[in-house]
Structure formats: C-alpha cells, structure tokens
Design a binder for this molecule. Sequence first.
Ligand SMILES: [Zn+2]
Length: 189
Amino acid sequence: MALVATDQPLFLSNRTSPMTAQGHLLFSVTCVLLAHKAELTPALADASLWHLVPMALASALLPDLDHPHSLLGRQLPWLSGPLSRLFGHRGFTHSLLAVGMGVWGLAQVEAPWLLSGAVKDALIVGYLSHLLGDWLTPMGIPLFWPWRRRFRLPGLPLRSGGGYERAFCLLTLALAGYWVHGDLGFAAF
Ligand SMILES: [Zn+2]
C-alpha cells in the first residue's frame, strides 16, 4: 500500500477522530501475532506469545501520551501535559523519528534479565502498531515529523471510533489468530 500525503487540518469530529485506545490495544495484539508468525526478527520468532502480547499492549498506547485526555495521558499528566504543549497531539510521538529514538534507547539497555531481545522487539511492534492504526484513519500521522505533512491510508481510510473501527480490529485480530493457530495455508502470504 502506498503512502499518501494529506493536508487535512487537525480538528476532531466523528470522521477525523483518532483510533480509540480499545482499537489500538486490539490492533497491537494483531500486529504482534503477525510479527511472530512472520518471524519478523529471530527474537520475535522464538519467543512465546505469552511474553510478546503483554509487551505489545504495554507500548501500544505510548504515542498518545502527547494528549492529556488520552487513556495513558490521564494517568501520567506530568508527562502528557508537557508533551502536548511541546508537540501537540499526533506530532512527534507519531513519527518515525520517535520510533528511531525509541529503538536507539532500547538498544542502550543491556540487561537481558530485564529487557530481552524479544521484549524490546515486541515493545517496538506495539508502538509501530499504534502508528499504523492511526495511519489507517482519515486524520493520518506526520510520519516524517518535523515535516508536518500528514500521511494516511489512500482511498477509503478507516472510519475511527465506532462500529467500523471495532469490526475492523476484531476481524483482523481473528484472522491473525486463525493464521497463527490454524492451518489455512495463509503462510504463502
Ligand atoms: Zn495516536
């Protein structure tokens, strides 16, 4: 799927609202199931899903720390407040630069008993799943921040925050789960 730029202004309505926290959590599980099954990294391939899924869930909401009213932002106002003022919602934390800094930061932690390779990879997958989820919605994300141009799924972006979003997240999760545990020959994809 190609990226497409959009100059859609940053305003909130039913059509342009971001993916919900519930949607992001479901989608992070889908993504880590796929990453595990597709053996995205050796560590992800070898690790148990019992270890990977909680880590993906743990990082799936981190990008929305830039919004004081997000689920995580409400728990950590001392962090979400400054982040919101500095970057605005869906700014820096929703960019590849933030992912790169996160990957670099995790690489500096050399404590396998605390953060194994699989744990680090699952945290990254969870974070990326959030960006991918928001990219699917009409509002898009500033992938190459500080360039403020937003990118979103071309064509028919996912209508966020309602039944469409829930159905999409549950369906993709069910398909991913079936691929991981079933034998439908989807491996060819
Ligand atoms: Zn977000």
